[in-house]
Structure formats: C-alpha cells, structure tokens
Design a protein around this ligand. Structure first.
Ligand code: RI2
Length: 319
C-alpha cells in the first residue's frame, strides 16, 4: 500500500483529519493515490489491491458512513469497468474520475445545504449547535453573510472540545458566539430558535448518528419546543440500515476522557468513551440535504433514490 495512504489512514484514526464530510472526501483522494501509484498490469491484482486499501481505510473510523459511501461510489464504478474487461490504465483513470466526482459532489452539497438551510434562519434568530460540523456551520455562516443578525450558542462537546473549534470558526466570521459547558444546555436552550447540527450517519428510519451528546441536546430541545435541524448531504445516509441494522458506534481511547495519571491512581475505575450517539427521528424536525428538505421519516426515500431498493449481496470492497 502507498505510504501516503497509510499516513492518511493514521491521520483519520487520530482525528487530525476529522468531520464526516471531510473524511469522505479524504478517503476518496486516498484511493485515487493508491490507484495512480499502483505498479503492475494485471487488472485482477489491481482490483484486489484497491479493495484491500478500501477495507483498510474503512477500518479507521467505523461510524462515519461518508467514508464507506465514498469508497462505495468509487468501487462500484471500478467494478463495472473491470467486468467490461478494461485494462489497468483504464481502471486507474476510472478510479481517478470517480474520486474527483465524489469530492466535487460533496463540495457542491456543502454549498447547496448552506443555501437551503440559511433560508430557514430569520434575522435575530438564536441558534444552538454541537460539536464542529462543516455542514451546520455552512448554514450559519451563509445566514450571517446574507446580513442576518444571529447569535450562536456552541457547547464544548466533551471530551475533545470540538465546540471550541466551532466557536473560533464563527468568531473569525464575526458572528456573535457564546461557549458553554455541555451540561448547561438546558439553561440556554430556551433562548434558541433552532438547534442546527451535522450528522455522521443517517439510518433508513430517520435516526441520526452524530457526536455524543447530540441525543441529549435534541431531547432537551424537543422538551423546550425548539426545532432540531440536521444538515446532512445524501452521502451520510447509510444503505446498510434498510433492515434496521444498528450502526456501529465508535468507542475511542479512554485517555480522551481521563488523564493517565488519574486513571492509574483510581484502581478499578471503568471508563467508556463512545464517540457518537443515536438521536431518534421523533426528536428531529428536519433534515437538510443538497436535494432539499426532508422529514427524518423520509430518509428511506433518499436511500431508495440513491441506492435503489435492493439489498447488497456483498459490499464492493469484499473479495
Ligand atoms: P460534517 C463529526 O465527527 C461531528 O460529529 C460532526 O457533527 C459530524 O462529523 C459531521 O460533520 P468527528 O469526525 O460532515 O468530529 O458536517 O468525530 O463536517
């Protein structure tokens, strides 16, 4: 495997590259690097190498489905060309083009979601956000650039404090932003008109997987009758959930939660660190995709449009 691909995988695993949409585009670029630098002339061996690389990239972060969907997009195109008997040179160009197309579509989705979502925001609105989502912040920034005066509450998002990234990003744009601890959400939610968040995955039943703490925030918002809006391009919809299969939740290193020093002192302490949680569709008012607005219950429609009705016999990266 190309050394650069291994470095990219490590950067994704360690979250030096993060944010579901960005991870999707990055693995699409990584598989292109692997293809372009492949030495050999046997199409069968080439496909084998690309599948192996895809499985390796998928293993870095199990929950963010845009990662799998990026590779699915590229490998489906590769599979068709391989079946047509194309040579390695052509197969390489197919991988390159599919990778570029995926990245272009994802970037266009970001702009389109910002455009569609910003129309939901009125002058004077107060917005609550969680973690650091490019899709959610795209909406907020666009509304601000359109001249709407808005105020944002960003919660810290323990344990990695990604809310601080959000606060910095919004401050740089000149947006009025207040950072709060996660546990203060119920105090400030009453001021909000909307909760706007991103997604790592959307299931067929409209449940949204996002950074841990989202489900609690959505439940508090529901109680306070504040609308919960999810910004998610269609690559976030998980075709493996047709049968109601649960999405695997990534469990991260416990030392993101507690220092090694404290942990060693507290003999017998158990620590869990799930990176994500699942918000049920009842707590979500709207999902904004690049194709338009949908109720979470219509997620199955997006999946059908994108992947058809059939279930996959096997994933395109399986041998
Ligand atoms: P965009 C992030 O995951 C956060 O959970 C964020 O809400 C979500 O991806 C969506 O981000 P992580 O990589 O795709 O920080 O909207 O674990 O940028």
């Amino acid at each position: 495997m190309d050394k650069r691909v291994i470095d990219i995988a490590e950067d994704i695993k360690e979250m030096r590259i993060r944010g579901a949409a960005k991870i999707g585009r990055t693995v699409a670029e990584a598989i292109k690097i692997e293809a372009e630098n492949y030495r050999g002339n046997d199409p069968k061996e080439f496909v084998k190498d690309i599948k192996k690389t895809a499985r390796y990239l998928i293993s870095t972060r199990p929950t963010a489905v845009s990662l799998e969907n990026a590779l699915r997009y590229v490998l489906v195109e590769l599979g068709k060309a391989y079946k047509n008997g194309e040579n390695v040179k052509t197969l390489k160009s197919i991988v390159s083009k599919a990778s570029d197309d995926f990245c272009e579509n994802s970037n266009l989705a970001l702009d389109r979601i910002a455009e569609i979502g910003s129309k939901r925001i009125m002058d004077g609105d107060v917005i609550f956000t969680h973690c650091n989502s490019s899709m959610a912040l795209g909406i907020i920034k666009k509304a601000h650039r359109d001249g709407k005066k808005i105020k944002v509450y960003a919660d810290e998002t323990r344990p990695r404090l990604q809310g601080l990234l959000t606060a910095k990003e919004l401050l740089d744009e000149g947006i009025d932003v207040t950072l709060i601890v996660d546990s203060a959400a119920r105090i400030f939610i009453r001021e909000a008109n909307h909760v706007i968040i991103g997604a790592d995955a959307v299931a067929a039943n409209g449940a949204v997987v996002n950074k841990v703490g989202t489900a609690t925030l959505a439940s508090i918002a529901h109680e306070a009758r504040v609308k919960v809006i999810v910004a998610a391009e269609t690559y976030k919809f998980n075709p493996q959930t047709y049968c109601g299969e649960l999405i695997e939740i990534e469990e991260r290193d416990i030392f993101e939660v507690i220092s090694k020093e404290d942990y060693e002192k507290l003999k017998g302490l158990k620590v869990n660190n799930p990176a994500f949680d699942v918000t049920p569709p009842e707590f979500i008012d709207l999902i904004i995709t690049e194709k338009g607005l949908i109720a979470p219950q219509a997620a199955i429609w997006v999946l059908k449009e994108t992947y058809g009705l059939g279930l996959f016999d096997k994933e395109p990266w399986e041998d």
